[in-house]
Design a protein around this ligand. Sequence first.
Ligand code: FE2
Length: 365
Amino acid sequence: MAKTAPKPRVLIVDDEVAVLELLRERLRLEGFVCAAARSGDEAVQLIDRHRFDAVISDLRMPGLSGMALLERVVKQLPHCAFLMVTGESDVRIGIQAMQEGAADYLVKPFQLDAVVHSVRRALEKKRLEAELERYRARLEEMVEERTRQLQQALQEIEDTYASTLEALAAALDLRDSDTAGHSIRVTEYSLEIAKAMGCSEEELKQIGRGAALHDIGKIGIPDGILLKKDKLTPQERAVMETHARVGYELVSRIAFLAPAAEIVLTHQERYDGTGYPQGLRGEEIPLGARIFAVVDTLDAMTSDRPYRRAVPFHVAREEIARQAGKQFDPEVVRVFLSLPEQVWDKVRKRAARAADARGRTAIVA
Ligand SMILES: [Fe+2]
């Protein structure tokens, strides 16, 4: 059986007993549950103890006035409708009462039909207001819920991006086991310099990805050249140099990596225009690639190679300083020289741990 709505509860406040009784009787017949108070103060006591949907109050009463009661109801019971009863000479105050939150005003002597109609209309208005309030709250909840879902989806996309990067980097590691630690070190250190140069979060993201994938094109270089321990012949060198463009072709097809692909393409360019594949010079070379060039040299010089031992950091530092304006962007060199050696030490340690973890994952896989 359908649940019937509870009867509306109305409080009638008037110091004239005859008016009280008349209203109470009529409203009861119309299906309202009525309570009566003979003063504003009595009304306050009832309001504190019981729930009411509407209050019909006389304006002029001994003690607490109708206006004071209105103020209290508006503050204390925002969902309760208030109807002010005024004498003919108090119409202006009736209008003022509406401005202060009353749903309507009734002028004495009143038609009972008009009172009933006014009460019903006021209750309907409050019902609609409450519904609107519930709808607004529900809408806010929905917006919050959707925002949460969207953030989760974005996080999942970020995670997918990270796994894609990892997979690409791991693919190169399989070909050339020396590259794992190198890629991580140059990525981390490029980010240190880029941060010190004031790059935005988005630029940092692209620089990090570009540095991590800079040599990805080496996947396409034959083993005989890629893994050759001796010096490369000019023909072999030409094949080796295709790795920048091959890497670009590969990476630029992946939408989220497209901006980083620029760094892959230009990571072998030199500030003075003597690099490859395009011979770009100065600021024609993207900032990420100009930063990378310094870091790549630093890492190459401070790492052991089959044909030579690593040099100490300060020696690499001096060589890089000498190449400012030639191989390297002087501004990038200036920022690099301003970073303490400890930053580089920390990066090396972090990279060693990360490469180790990656190696273990590869073995397990
Ligand atoms: Fe390279």
